[in-house]
Design a protein around this ligand. Structure first.
Ligand SMILES: CC(C)(COP(=O)(O)OP(=O)(O)OC[C@H]1O[C@@H](n2cnc3c(N)ncnc32)[C@H](O)[C@@H]1OP(=O)(O)O)[C@@H](O)C(=O)NCCC(=O)NCCS
Length: 169
């Protein structure tokens, strides 16, 4: 086990969380798509109308300022059928800290929280090519829940503007 502990993120962690998000995006090959900034993180994670929460994994055996080596970003969501559930948006552990139980510690924090709220389940998405992530989730006992009958829709910013202007109110 690495010398790492997990805690809830605070606003002061935003610079470090962005650094990890950049590493994650680089790892996924889509750094050019990363639009989140420290300002939007502060607004959306710690502001009045926040929409996400985050656990961070912090190195404990350091001489200088403790570094973050991983994070798990999640949102609460709700279905009419089952009530509240926890949706995990991001899980990332720095390369040098992988296979040392850090991802499991982060995930355990989210699971304990979800259980404490009586959630029926947790949910997240993974790229089919992400064997590292898929192996991690399978070890946890997660099952794939794709169905042929459910579609996911996205309305991008331009499409929203066009659709809005086409709807006469
Ligand atoms: C997925 C990720 C978060 C796992 O974090 P981690 O700290 O390495 O995970 P743990 O050490 O807690 O591993 C727990 C178990 O998951 C499985 N696992 C994790 N990484 C694995 C890998 N590369 N290959 C096979 N199994 C793996 C193993 O069963 C492992 O248990 P073991 O080490 O006792 O065999 C980390 O690899 C990562 O950040 N990857 C890049 C980002 C990513 O893919 N995130 C998920 C997006 S959907």
């Amino acid at each position: 086990m690495a010398d790492v502990s997990v805690r809830e993120a605070s606003e002061d962690d935003c610079d470090e969380i962005i650094r990890l998000m950049q590493e994650f995006a680089t790892h996924e090959g889509n750094l050019h798509l990363l639009k989140t900034s420290v300002q939007t993180l502060k607004r959306d994670g710690f502001g009045e109308k926040k929409v996400f929460d985050c656990f961070v994994a912090e190195e404990t055996q350091t001489t200088g300022r403790p570094r973050l080596v991983g994070y798990l970003l999640y949102m609460w969501s709700f279905t009419t059928m089952s009530g509240r559930f926890l949706f995990v948006e991001d899980l990332f552990v720095e390369k040098n800290f992988r296979r040392k139980g850090v991802g499991s510690l982060l995930w355990a924090s989210a699971m304990k929280l979800a259980l404490s709220w009586g959630c029926g389940y947790m949910q997240w998405m993974a790229k089919r090519r992400n064997t590292m992530g898929i192996n991690f989730y399978k070890k946890l006992g997660a099952v794939e829940t794709n169905t042929d009958s459910i579609m996911t829709f996205t309305l991008d910013n331009d499409a929203m503007k066009t659709a809005c202007s086409n709807i006469v109110s």
